[in-house]
Design a protein around this ligand. Sequence first.
Ligand SMILES: [Zn+2]
Length: 336
Amino acid sequence: MSGSLKRLPTDIHMVLEEDKDRCEVCTVEPAKRIPFVGFDGIHQNCSRCGEFKVSGSALSMMNQGLGQELRAILSGWVRNQNTLGSVPLITSDNLKKILATPIPPVMERAKLLLVEAEKGLKRLGDNFDLNEPRFLAASYSSSIQDVTYLFRILFDQRLAKSTALGGMCEILPDGYIKLDELRGNNSASANGFVAMHFSPELDEIYYKGFQMGIMDAGYVPLRMDKVEHINRIDDEIIMRINSSKFVVADFTGHRGGVYFEAGYALGIGLPVFWTCKRSDMSELHFDIRQFNCIDWEAPKELADRLQVRLEAVLGKGQKSQNAQQANSAGYDLRGI
Ligand SMILES: [Zn+2]
């Protein structure tokens, strides 16, 4: 009975199809339901917000009167995590942090709108429809009035223009120049931060395993190896994690710092890839065991499996040329 009540449409947006429920983030669009086993929560893909998972406890927090503006922040966060190649998991812990983040400044939102507009265009000069709900999410907007205003900023700067009545628009040449600039500024987000125990015995596994796997996937490996930090997390580490696209956390040796760094990364919504030497797996903290951990024995095996995992989750990175900067022997860089 409650199931059929839930499906009663309250407005035109909420006429739900068989495999769709109301989106738990924006509560406006119908979202595709994706089976999510072994976890107390749901997995949805919304045409406005994008794809996300949300835990049961976060869900009950969200159902306690979250207003439109906070939902716009959450929706924007999900959409932009998708842009970074990640399907985020909203938990009661990270939900508080996400909602405490202010809406980006107006000019930043206009840029996010431009970045979203470029997605899915096959040819230069192709049109996009500004009325698509994804533009609301991408620009942290709760109404189409905001989207229209942000678009006017793009128009005033000759970055985009409307081509017809009804929302069809195109990106102008200056818009493509701006997009190239934005990609250049965003190079830090190709970084993969490696959180691991620092001991000379693990140097070989770092250089031949982690570094190789990350570079082979097209990303830039990053390790804080100039400071020995034992359960001490300094500002520089936080800054490095903040500017990374993902974190690889290796639990060999079971250092407290690694658990902290992985937890911090999860809290700010970064994808975390879990690894551990096979012989150390039995001592893995039970909180970590739920994650799909790469258990490694030898560097080459780790590099290969890490590359496959990174590419499966994030896609192939665009930074293959960084292999050259790292002065790695054996790379064929011709044609890159
Ligand atoms: Zn939604």
